[in-house]
Design a protein around this ligand. Structure first.
Ligand SMILES: [Fe+2]
Length: 394
């Protein structure tokens, strides 16, 4: 079955839940984010438009209607003067749409006033002389402002879609901006879909990995069981080596993963003995050279077995070199000093300590104290020997 096919067929219900959950969480997240982004933009555009309108109004008032010449020409009913400057205003201020003169009472309390009606914004300018002490009491200049011109031409590019809403009233605050932006776009739906899909992929991979590592450990346990039927001593000794190796790793401050790797290497270090004849393994008398050469093969055989498990490559290397000695007289490769993987040096110390302190049919185990005395004269990493000596518990 293909990977994807398998991914959707196994645990279908869980996967649908994972998908729906991630899809809706991401969609809600996108919605909220976009909503607040749009609200911020609306506020920003609104205040830009409002201040632009105010500064245009100030400019128009100061520039044209607080001016003796304009004041005098209107009093003198000289329409051509006003007409000329009306044209000038319309071309200078894109925000101004229409200008007309209206007859209405004016009390001089402000230079101009806002008034919005029927969604249109009007500004009423009083006509003052240059000192702003005199003003015309029965006339105003009414201008229709159209901030949309500004929005279209100057401020916002086509990428953003805003409209101006003008509420009735006489304050600049009545100019409001609302966005036509959609809070969720097609792109957000696609992204949420892929996040949901990624969730399924992830849960599938985690599940697959945990299943495979479960079988891996199960498989190793079975192999060790097989070995214990053949060679009870080795199986028992392996547990001790695992414990001592872990003790050294822990006192070196190695992380949990490295400690576990060494523990596994301890369990498996002599697994290669499964390929050595029982008569040699259980021989109590002195071994002939050929027999010893046969036994020496166990570290390489062990490496070959353990390296079959893809996740145990590191363990396999530790196993391969657990009989190397610092002076190069160990096996299988006769590595010297730092050439020997550090974890194998740890395992070697744990191995020797366990072997010497354990009772065998042909001799009693040495005491811890005597064992360390002997080990201190051996070609082992002495810092590790000292660490084990400090930390070992029987
Ligand atoms: Fe060994």
């Amino acid at each position: 079955m293909g990977f994807f096919q398998q991914m959707f067929q196994e645990h279908r219900k869980t996967k649908i839940i994972v998908f729906v959950l991630l899809f809706s969480i991401s969609l809600t997240g996108f919605f909220r984010l976009n909503q607040s982004r749009i609200a911020e933009l609306e506020d920003l555009v609104e205040s830009i438009i409002q201040s632009y309108v105010i500064s245009s109004a100030d400019g128009i008032s100061v520039g044209y209607f607080q001016w003796d010449e304009m004041y005098d020409s209107i009093i003198a009913m000289d329409d051509s003067f006003l007409d000329h400057y009306t044209h000038d205003i319309l071309s200078t201020f894109p925000v101004v749409d229409e200008i007309e003169t209206i007859n209405a009472p004016f009390d001089g309390s402000a230079f101009y006033k806002f008034r919005s009606e029927n969604q249109e914004l009007y500004l009423y300018f009083g006509i003052f002389d240059s000192s702003t002490e005199l003003y015309i009491e029965d006339m105003l200049i009414r201008m229709k402002f159209n901030p949309s011109n500004l929005l279209k031409q100057v401020l916002v590019s086509n990428k953003l879609n805003f409209t101006i809403v003008i509420n009735d009233g006489d304050s600049i605050e009545n100019i409001q901006i609302s966005s036509n932006e959609k809070t969720l776009s097609f792109f957000h739906f696609i992204s949420a879909f892929f996040l949901g899909f990624l969730g399924i992929l992830l849960s599938h991979t985690i599940k697959k990995y945990s299943i495979s590592s479960h079988y891996e450990i199960e498989g190793l346990a079975n192999i060790v069981m097989l070995l214990s039927k053949k060679d009870a001593y080795t199986a028992e000794h392996s547990k001790d080596v695992a414990r001592y190796a872990e003790t050294i790793a822990k006192s070196l401050g190695m992380n949990r993963k490295q400690q576990k790797t060494l523990e596994k290497a301890g369990y498996l270090h002599d697994i290669g003995k499964i390929g050595i004849s029982e008569s040699i393994l259980n021989k109590t008398g002195r071994l002939e050279k050929e027999e010893f050469d046969e036994i020496k093969k166990h570290s390489t055989i062990g490496y070959e077995i353990v390296s079959q498990f893809p996740n145990l490559n590191e363990v396999a290397i530790i196993v391969k070199h657990h009989h190397e000695l610092l002076d190069g007289k160990g096996y299988p490769d006769g590595l010297m000093g730092d050439e020997i993987p550090f974890s194998s040096q740890i395992l070697a110390v744990a191995d020797v300590y366990s072997a010497m302190t354990t009772d065998r049919p042909y001799r009693k185990g040495y005491t811890g104290k005597a064992t360390f005395e002997i080990m201190e004269g051996m070609s082992l990493n002495q810092e590790l020997v000292a660490l084990l000596k400090q930390n070992v518990t029987h």
